[in-house]
Design a protein around this ligand. Structure first.
Ligand SMILES: Cc1cc2nc3c(=O)[nH]c(=O)nc-3n(C[C@H](O)[C@H](O)[C@H](O)COP(=O)(O)O)c2cc1C
Length: 178
């Protein structure tokens, strides 16, 4: 089992594909990515280092049944992580969104995951510059940067791989030191 746990939600598969690509790039350091609708709280808490991925669906929401996803996802799972102890854990978050179609609520769902793990005492790494994206508003910005890697598969697919590579370079040593 790799040292880094990767958990994701996904409706149409984009976030799953990015999670798989991250896992592949991390090789033996990472476990196989797990959809949160198949994960348990204990699975997540068994890792010292975590990469958590989500798309934003509905009206700036986490994926799940009320935001229009086809199956349960973060919307149903994240409340179970509320109040859990993440102290000593290092967490990196990535989010998928559509800056052209949803520029007024771009990747908003990332902030919900950020707030839960942060409240639990996690060290969150991997904040990401807003440079290179065009949008009006996002709740996922703290101190001027996105709280994690932002991927726009709908409009900037060609940038995904280099963004993932740069982000992993930025966070890998912190995750492995956890
Ligand atoms: C119904 C619907 C609502 C969406 N709402 C948002 C949104 O509020 N903000 C955003 O940034 N992207 C939004 N998106 C774009 C998705 O996040 C994006 O297409 C993403 O790549 C989907 O990932 P998935 O294939 O893992 O589900 C929405 C997409 C759909 C289909």
């Amino acid at each position: 089992m790799g040292k880094i746990g990767i958990f994701f939600g996904s409706d149409t598969g984009n976030t799953r594909r990015v999670a798989k690509s991250i896992a592949k790039k991390l090789g033996d350091d990472a476990a196989d990515p797990v959809n949160v609708n198949k994960a348990s709280v204990d699975d997540v808490l068994s890792y010292g280092a975590l990469i958590l991925g989500t798309p934003t669906l509905g009206d700036g929401e986490l994926p799940g049944l009320t935001s229009g996803a086809q199956a349960e996802s973060w919307e149903e799972f994240l409340p179970q992580l509320k109040g859990k102890d993440f102290s000593g854990k290092v967490v990196a978050i990535f989010g998928l969104g559509d800056q052209e179609g949803y520029g007024h609520e771009f990747v908003d769902a990332m902030i919900e995951i950020y707030e839960v793990v942060k409240a639990g005492g996690a060290t969150v790494v991997g904040s990401w510059s807003t440079d290179g994206y065009t949008f009006e508003k996002s709740k996922a910005i703290v101190d001027g940067d996105f709280v994690g890697l932002v991927i726009d598969h709908d409009n900037q697919k060609e940038l995904t791989e280099e963004r993932v590579d740069a982000w992993l370079d930025q966070i890998k040593s912190d995750l492995l030191a956890a």
